[in-house]
Design a protein around this ligand. Structure first.
Ligand code: GLN
Length: 516
């Protein structure tokens, strides 16, 4: 079934994925393409609307990203955002130049409510601006529908042709009524009805997987993270016993994580998933390999390589499989440079290098078109428990990189216990939804303390909690002192060999979210 589709054309903006997510939140399917994409490809998608993103360049300079103006005559509505708005004006005969007064941050914008874009929007509304150039003069045939104190054309439109330009960024939450504006564009201007919903996505995809896989065998590496869990659940629903999931317990998991995964996917689980589930106890091998290793990159490497080794051994026992399942999601696709204009950040194989070492015919990646929040939603539709579906990101090397210095079973036990207390108390304080990521780590430091009149010489635990929207930059969370107090006394009392607790106040940059 072909969904109503809106296309985001990326001119190098920071918010390309955000725009697409906002459109999808309105139940309209949306894909991102580079502005360099052949227009025939875009046209063949039969889009209901097109959105041009922002971008760092200046439209009036040579070599700046541009597009064939033919696109404006397709009769498909186009919304230009920031650079996109400037480009639309520039190409259609308006004038864009360096603004005498650049605007950055929250800015009061005066809008004309008679515009379809601004139905039900306050006449004076706060929007997020980030520009050095501005539209000095709108293109012929365009009506100015918004302005600010410094910006004569904050929005313009040619209603008849379905062309809309906004200088501000409706996709960021700082734009108070941005959601409404995008909703207005997608429904009032593009005429979408909203046929993109997670329940139908799950249904259609389970059906499609069944067809594609037929009687084939599928192998899936299950990490217990959100993506691989949703992937496994979807395949379980589609093909049951034809699926084999391999879960590797490398001894570096969070407290109770193994039990949680086994209770959801293991034999006799309450969800009725009937699959071949293999849980490999590789703890001893990992600890043996990691003995004496302190250098972070070496640790990461060993953990990654050992994973492949273990997985390979299992795969050999299973023999030839027809499909290897991977939990690739849409941001991975965009960041690999396949969609959008962002440079290749990383090439993604969920489990590094795996496809080269396992004998299989094809990859199945049923989550390829989904954003993270949609993956979680699909997981809920599939009946996965909330603790799996709302899990925070957890690095592949697990607790191995949350223990400074050598990794030993004793140290792992300390971090697991301290981390469980930290999580529990944050949830109790009702802060879990507000903080993007939080964990406890073990510093390699011993210090002197006193407990029950006796001198102690024990470890120091570090607590971390950050807020971030994109995980590229982050801020340390302003944690209430009483929460820190409760957690500190619980950790020191309940976890043996800890006599000191630190809270990490550093943002990213200059620090990273993880310690190693
Ligand atoms: N580079 C353009 C400007 O400075 C557009 C900025 C943007 O898209 N955020 O105005």
């Amino acid at each position: 079934m072909q969904h109503e589709t809106v296309i985001v054309l990326d001119f190098g903006g920071q918010y390309n994925q955000l725009i697409a997510r906002r459109v999808r939140e309105n139940n309209v399917y949306c894909e991102i393409y580079s502005y360099k994409t052949d227009l025939s490809v875009i046209k063949a998608k039969n889009p209901k609307g097109i959105i041009f993103t922002g971008g760092p360049n200046s439209v009036y300079l040579e070599d700046s990203p541009t597009i064939d103006p033919e696109i404006f005559s397709w009769g498909v509505p186009v919304l230009g955002i920031c650079y996109g708005s400037q480009l639309m004006m520039h190409l259609l005969g308006g004038r864009v130049c360096r603004a005498p007064e650049r605007e950055y941050g929250k800015t009061e914008v005066f809008v004309d409510n008679s515009s379809k874009m601004f139905t039900d929007v306050q006449p004076s509304t706060v929007c997020w601006m980030s520009h050095n150039d501005y539209i000095e003069q709108a293109a012929p045939g365009f009506k100015i529908t918004a302005h600010t104190v410094n910006c004569p054309v904050a929005a313009a439109e040619n209603e008849e042709k379905g062309l809309y330009a906004v200088q501000f960024h409706p996709e960021v939450l700082h734009t108070a009524e941005g959601k409404k504006m995008l909703h207005n564009f997608v429904y009032n201007v593009c005429g979408c009805t909203g046929d993109w919903k997670m329940d139908s996505f799950v249904e259609n995809n389970v059906e499609a997987l069944r067809k594609r896989i037929g009687s084939g065998k599928v192998l899936c590496a299950l990490s217990g993270g959100v993506d691989s869990s949703v992937l496994a659940a979807m395949l379980a629903k589609a093909i049951g016993k034809q699926l084999t999931c391999v879960f590797v317990d490398h001894g570096l998991l969070r407290k109770n994580e193994k039990e949680e995964v086994c209770s959801v996917f293991g034999p006799g689980n309450a969800n009725g998933f009937d699959i071949n589930f293999i849980c490999v106890d590789a703890r001893d091998r990992y600890f043996a390999k990691l003995a004496g290793v302190t250098e972070p990159e070496r640790k990461r490497k060993i953990i990654g390589e050992e994973f492949i080794r273990v997985f390979e051994e299992q795969a050999k026992q299973i023999g030839k499989v027809d499909f290897l399942a991977q939990g690739t999601i849409y941001p991975d696709v965009v960041e690999s440079g396949l969609g959008g204009e962002s440079t290749v950040i990383k090439s993604h194989h969920n489990v590094g290098g795996l496809p080269d070492t396992v004998d299989f015919k094809e990859l199945v990646e049923p989550l390829r078109n989904l954003f993270k929040d949609e993956v979680r939603q699909a997981g809920r539709e599939l009946g996965l428990p909330e603790y799996l579906v709302s899990r925070q990101p957890f690095p592949g090397p697990g607790l191995g990189i949350r223990i400074i210095g050598e990794v030993t079973p004793e140290k792992v036990a300390i971090v697991q216990d301290a981390d469980a207390i930290w999580r529990e108390e944050i949830a109790k304080a009702g802060l879990d939804k507000e903080i993007s990521q939080y964990y406890a780590a073990l510093t390699n430091m011993h210090s002197v303390g006193v407990m029950g009149d006796e001198r102690t010489y024990d470890y120091a635990v570090a607590l971390r909690a950050v807020t971030t929207t994109d995980f590229m930059t982050a801020e340390s969370y302003n944690m209430p002192w009483d929460v820190l107090g409760t957690v500190t006394s619980r950790i020191v009392n309940e976890v043996k060999h800890v006599n000191r607790v630190f809270y990490d106040c550093t943002g990213k940059p200059p620090a990273t979210i993880e310690l190693e």
